[in-house]
Design a protein around this ligand. Structure first.
Ligand code: RP5
Length: 171
């Protein structure tokens, strides 16, 4: 994509099925991004270069996902002052180690950690950051939130009208 403003980074291509939710969401908002596989452990040199050059290349936010010992988000935040949104990747055979790795940053090193596999929320958080200086995007985001709000109202109205038994059968 031309002139990306968001970098989506994942520790392994095996994280792509989770991290593609961030790409899908940014697509919906028309935000240019780049998607990279960069490992804190297997390609630490690339990770450092990527993080140190991120702002100069126009990236305003970085979304970084990894599982297991999940160091890529925290270590990139050590090499850039661009905001980093961490996505702990969790598999069925994992504990919560990626989440703990991301939230246990030391004071002075902020890292915005999303829920496990929360790549969609990471993208929405990126939208919120970018919308602070982009009125058109801000309007689009408000519309998205209104749509969500109305969907809940509609669901509640239906539940009140037909009762839970029919609701379960129909939905
Ligand atoms: C982490 O280890 C990656 O982010 C991935 O979630 C996990 C497994 O990586 P692979 O062995 O599938 O490359 O570093």
């Amino acid at each position: 994509m031309k002139n990306p403003v968001v970098g989506i980074v994942m520790g392994s291509d095996s994280d792509l099925d989770v991290m593609c939710d961030a790409a899908k969401t940014l697509d919906e908002f028309g935000i240019p991004y780049e998607l990279r596989v960069i490992s804190a452990h297997r390609t630490p040199d690339v990770m450092v270069d990527y993080a140190t050059g991120a702002k100069k290349r126009g990236l305003q936010v970085i979304i970084a996902g990894a599982g297991g010992s999940a160091h890529v988000a925290g270590m990139m935040s050590a090499h850039t002052t661009a905001p980093i949104l961490a996505v702990p990747v969790k598999r069925d055979n994992h504990g919560n180690e990626a989440l703990w790795s991301n939230i246990k940053m030391p004071p002075g090193m902020p890292l915005a950690t999303m829920p496990e596999n929360g790549a969609k929320n990471a993208a929405l958080f990126a939208v919120e950051i970018l919308a602070l200086s982009d009125q058109k995007l801000s309007k689009k985001y408000d519309e998205f939130r209104t749509k969500q709000h109305d969907k809940v109202l509609k669901a509640d109205k239906k539940l009140q009208t037909i009762g839970w038994q029919k609701y379960l059968k129909k939905s």
